[in-house]
Structures are given as structure tokens and as C-alpha cells.
Design a protein around this ligand. Structure first.
Ligand SMILES: [Cu+2]
Length: 166
């Protein structure tokens, strides 16, 4: 039998959880699970016949243990596959390299996937991504598990995308 104090505590916890589960309005485009927070996942419109798209977001790890972004799951109607790419600078050249062992998200840090840097490559698009499209992908973390996030297709910062000409 739990003591009366414990019951009161459980009740408080219960109401607190209710408030957390039912927020009035969610304005931040942000997803959290365990120690991982994914902020503002977005993508860019693609030209008509392009096979490739990109996705960006930032990932914060508030935990005390490193986590690893292992892979990205994407619905087949959006792209055949999605992979994690790093950009490496080789003299004046920028090359992309698939992070085949995943992308480390060190404890207490934020990793930004952004134009000109690490990004998610969407491969084999059956149809172009259009401005204001929204779709959900799943980020698979070693510790935090599968985190579904909604990607918003936007006009992002106008930066060179030359390295995306596969
Ligand atoms: Cu790429």
C-alpha cells in the first residue's frame, strides 16, 4: 500500500503529465524524445526532373551520453531512400560523403544539418518537392529511438548547392 503522501505525489504527477500531453497550441516546430530535441526540420523545393532533395534540421543532445543518428526512414512516395551526408573540404573542393556509420550527436551538444554542411540526402524522388509541402520522416537514434519529425518545404537560405549535382 502506498503512503498517502505518495498518492498525492502520483496525483500531482498525473495532472502534470496531462498538461504536458495536451499543450494548448504548439507553435515551435520542434520534436523531443528522451534526451534528443530536433529543431525545425525543413527541405527545399526541387526542380521538375530532379532525383534528389535535401533535408536539414538541428539536433540537440541534452543527455550525459553521446547518441548516434543511425539512419533516416522516409515514406516511399516522397523518396526511395534518405541518407546522412557529411561535407568534407578537400582544398577548394567540397565533397559529400555518406556517414555510413551514422552521425554522432555528442552529449550536451547541438549538431546542425544545414546548407553547405552535413545534410540529409533524399534519393529517388518520384515527384518534385513543392513549396509548403509537408511530410514526415523518422530519425533513428541509437539511444533515443525513432523520432518522427515533420519536414516543411521552404525557401531556405540562398547558398551554393553545387555539391548536390551528383
Ligand atoms: Cu548530399
Amino acid at each position: 500500500m502506498p503512503a498517502a503522501g505518495e498518492e498525492t505525489y502520483m496525483l500531482k504527477l498525473f495532472y502534470t503529465l496531462l498538461i504536458i500531453i495536451a499543450p494548448p497550441v504548439v507553435t515551435a516546430h520542434e520534436y523531443a524524445q528522451k534526451n534528443i530535441t530536433v529543431d525545425h526540420p525543413w527541405s527545399k523545393p526541387t526542380p521538375p526532373l530532379s532525383q534528389y532533395g535535401v533535408a536539414y534540421f538541428s539536433v540537440s543532445n541534452s543527455g550525459e551520453k553521446d547518441d548516434l543518428l543511425l539512419e533516416i526512414k522516409i515514406p516511399y512516395e516522397i523518396a526511395k531512400s534518405a541518407s546522412i551526408h557529411d561535407v568534407i573540404h578537400d582544398g577548394d573542393m567540397m565533397r559529400m560523403r555518406e556517414a555510413t556509420n551514422g552521425k554522432k550527436i555528442p552529449a550536451g551538444s547541438t549538431i546542425k544539418f544545414q546548407p553547405g554542411g552535413s545534410h540529409i540526402m533524399l534519393e529517388g524522388l518520384p515527384k518534385p518537392l513543392k513549396l509548403d509541402d509537408k511530410f514526415t520522416i523518422e530519425l533513428v537514434f541509437a539511444n533515443a529511438g525513432n523520432v518522427p519529425v515533420e519536414i516543411w518545404v521552404e525557401d531556405g537560405p540562398q547558398q551554393s548547392d553545387k555539391h548536390h549535382n551528383h
